[in-house]
Design a protein around this ligand. Structure first.
Ligand SMILES: [Cu+2]
Length: 376
């Protein structure tokens, strides 16, 4: 009998140097093969010289709606595996040295005080520079740089405030894990706790040093390690491909790994969509894989190149495993907020926040000075 573990499963899904049975799963593994087969669907035998579809390339794949179905399919293998594992017990979750007293999120507003527990999204117009080769075949013709105007989602900058009490005096380091979990589905029906868990979005993960018995941690949205370290234009990427190097990207990191900063938040709704903002602190000394591992942008989603993932906890912890509906008699966990409070005041905390989307047509590239753009 072969013992299933996530390493084996991952190697079958995404080919790498340790992938077993390449003659069965293919040299590329299930995930990449899917991209290739789908991209050649219009001309599978190469009879008509039709170029492959957008699924062929990582930079364009998300333009095809099948991309999301394919990724859901691939992801489900890992979800099924995780469902076979035991839910986390109290000892896996609790860190007795710290207590989170309060968590809030604050939208930065010019010329006035921040707006508490309300995040704001809007649609902006932006110009993207594109290589002129996309429009003209004769490269000797000199034309002005070409820009395309596109509409894109964005949000007003915000920061988290996390108030922490400590029971020990010696300075300690903590890993802060921040998630947003939806409470209701698109029809307004309450999601059950395990659906809230599966739909939770990891917003940030970072290290802090705690030196005094009470601390207030402030963290800005643009610092999130879920974001792409540097955002590049198509021309920058082309230059990198031509030179065969990526000068802006330090070794052992995945510089293209993460969300573009404008897509950090889900859109929310006009009236404000409720989410649980969940924060958990874990002990850095227990979690870190080596003294010099650092949780950086890029590493949270893709790990570190040729090194161990900087954190011993699985990606998505503590929401990577099913939540048991009760850990003590008479207790019933219905929402992520119940999950956070199941051991009383602890190293976990959840606060309800709302994400509001600006009225359509609101030109809100600027700060939300126009109150009428958002329903407050
Ligand atoms: Cu893919």
């Amino acid at each position: 009998m072969v013992t299933t573990n996530i390493e084996l499963l991952g190697s079958a899904i995404q080919a790498n140097i340790g992938s077993p049975n390449q003659n069965i799963y293919g040299k590329l593994g299930l995930h990449a093969w899917g991209h290739i087969l789908i991209s050649f669907i219009t001309d599978p035998m190469a009879q008509y010289n039709i170029p492959p579809g957008v699924m062929f390339d990582v930079k364009t794949a998300c333009r095809d709606p099948v991309f999301y179905r394919w990724h859901k399919f691939v992801n489900e293998f890992l979800v099924f595996h995780k469902e076979t594992l035991q839910p986390y017990e109290k000892d896996d979750l609790m860190w007795n040295d710290v207590e989170i007293m309060d968590v809030s999120v604050n939208t930065v507003k010019s010329n006035s005080s921040p707006i508490k527990n309300r995040l704001m999204t809007y649609t902006k117009s932006m110009d993207i520079d594109v290589p002129k080769d996309m429009f003209i075949i004769n490269r000797d013709i000199n034309i002005d740089p070409v820009k395309i105007k596109v509409k894109s989602a964005d949000h007003t900058p915000f920061y988290y405030t996390i108030r922490v009490n400590r029971k020990t005096l010696a300075p300690i380091k903590a890993i802060v894990r921040v998630f947003l979990a939806p409470i209701r589905d698109e029809t307004g029906r309450a999601l059950d706790i395990n659906m809230q868990r599966r739909l939770a979005i990891e917003m940030d993960k970072f290290t802090v040093e705690l030196n005094s018995t009470t601390e207030t941690i402030t963290r800005y949205s643009n610092e999130s390690t879920m974001l792409v370290p540097q955002e590049k234009t198509i021309s920058d990427q082309e230059k990198d491909i031509k030179s065969g190097s990526d000068t802006a990207c330090p070794e052992n990191s995945y510089c293209n790994c993460g969300w573009p900063s404008n897509l950090l938040l889900p859109r929310g709704t006009r009236n404000g969509m409720k989410f649980n903002l969940f924060v958990m602190l874990t002990n850095w000394a227990d979690d870190i894989t080596s003294e010099d591992s650092v949780i950086t942008k890029g590493s949270t989603l893709c790990g570190l190149k040729a090194l161990k993932y900087p954190d011993k906890k699985p990606m998505g912890f503590p929401f990577d495993r099913a939540i048991r509906l009760s850990n003590t008699p008479g207790q019933s966990l219905v929402t992520i907020s119940d999950f956070a409070q199941q051991f009383g005041r602890s190293n976990m905390h959840a606060s309800i926040i709302k994400i509001s989307n600006a009225k359509s047509g609101c030109q809100t590239d600027e700060q939300p000075s126009k109150q009428q753009c958002w329903q407050m």
